[in-house]
Design a protein around this ligand. Structure first.
Ligand code: GYE
Length: 317
């Protein structure tokens, strides 16, 4: 049932596996770690990796996947930049009998048999964890709203528009807030995309500060890079990041740990980019005709500022 060219990788006798991999780009520290993990794991597993960088464009990903199909690779893996628009190209892969593994972000397709497995992280849970941490922290620190009102004003820097991670981190965050007994203590003042980059995070935070400066109590950034950009904007505005404005984001990259150690940020919810080894293992199993789990989440934790200094030396990305 699998393609005739499938083999067992570097294993004795088997033909080497070729994997076509479409990465979305290099928008963040997290993404760089994800790419490195995948490249290194392919090497370690003896898999020939055809790596393609889509420069943040879905059309480039579709082109890359089509060229993998034309080349007749053994297996295709890709990070879907946005969640919709994949049905046609995945149907082409299926017709060519090339199995597909979805990595990191989710796809929304009409037929789940268009991919064999999905390896990634639980964005809803990450969003839930962000709100839970905020709610405990504001109570513990006995923070009072900066505008003297009765609610904490929250601004959000969202990730790439239409990406499963941005959609579900926001969903998880809002849902946890709505279900909380303290829901009434929070006001979602503004929420806008910063495209998961430092530059855009800084720009959008500047505009938030212009519009709502003295009101903002809390910043939730969908990734660390945008939080790091926002910290620059906050300092430029003469405010103290991590003190005047409580800052939490998602990823757990070293840059954010450093910002916490410097007292400029308050918490990061981990999102694990080190998905390469599991991806290569899953690819080998699929090509050997073994059954694999349809959905596998990698492990992740929550790291507030008070553990940052102790934890940084152990961080792998
Ligand atoms: O949080 C962000 C990156 O898809 C989980 O994409 C990933 C996100 C990650 O650029 O930093």
């Amino acid at each position: 049932e699998q393609s005739a060219s499938s083999g067992s990788g570097s294993g004795s006798g088997g033909k080497q596996i070729t994997m076509g991999f479409s990465q979305i780009g290099a928008e963040s520290e997290w993404r760089t770690a994800n790419t490195e993990s995948i490249k290194q794991a392919a090497k370690d597993a003896g898999i020939n990796l055809q790596f393609s960088d889509a420069q943040q464009k879905q059309e480039n990903q579709i082109k890359a996947i089509r060229s993998f199909i034309a080349q007749g690779v053994d297996i295709i893996a890709f990070v879907p930049i946005v969640e919709t628009g994949w049905d046609t190209v995945l149907k082409e892969a299926k017709d060519a009998k090339i199995p597909v593994i979805v990595v990191d972000r989710d796809v929304k397709v009409s037929d789940d048999s268009l991919y064999v497995a999905k390896i990634g992280t639980d964005s809803v849970k990450e969003g839930n964890n962000v709100f839970k941490w905020i709610d405990e922290y504001m109570a513990k620190e006995k923070k009072t709203p900066r505008d003297g009102g009765s609610q904490y004003n929250v601004v959000v820097l969202e990730g790439t528009v239409g990406s499963s991670v941005a959609i579900r981190r926001q969903e998880g965050f809002k849902d946890a807030m709505a279900k909380s007994a303290n829901a009434g203590k929070y006001n979602l003042l503004a929420s806008q995309t910063g495209e998961f980059t430092r530059q855009k995070g800084q720009e959008v935070m500047e505009s938030f500060l212009k519009s709502y400066g003295p009101k903002i109590d809390i910043l939730f950034a969908h990734n660390d890079d945008m939080a790091l950009g926002a910290i620059q904007a906050i300092e430029k505005a003469g405010l103290k990041p991590g003190k005047d404005i409580t800052i939490i984001s998602i990823d757990g990259v070293k840059g954010m740990f450093q910002a916490m150690i410097d007292g400029k940020a308050n918490c990061t919810v981990e999102c694990n980019p080190l998905q390469g080894p599991l991806l290569m293992e899953t690819a080998k199993k699929i090509l050997a005709g073994e059954k694999v789990e349809k959905l596998v989440y990698v492990d992740e934790g929550v790291f507030p500022a008070d553990v940052a200094a102790k934890t940084l030396p152990e961080r792998k990305y």
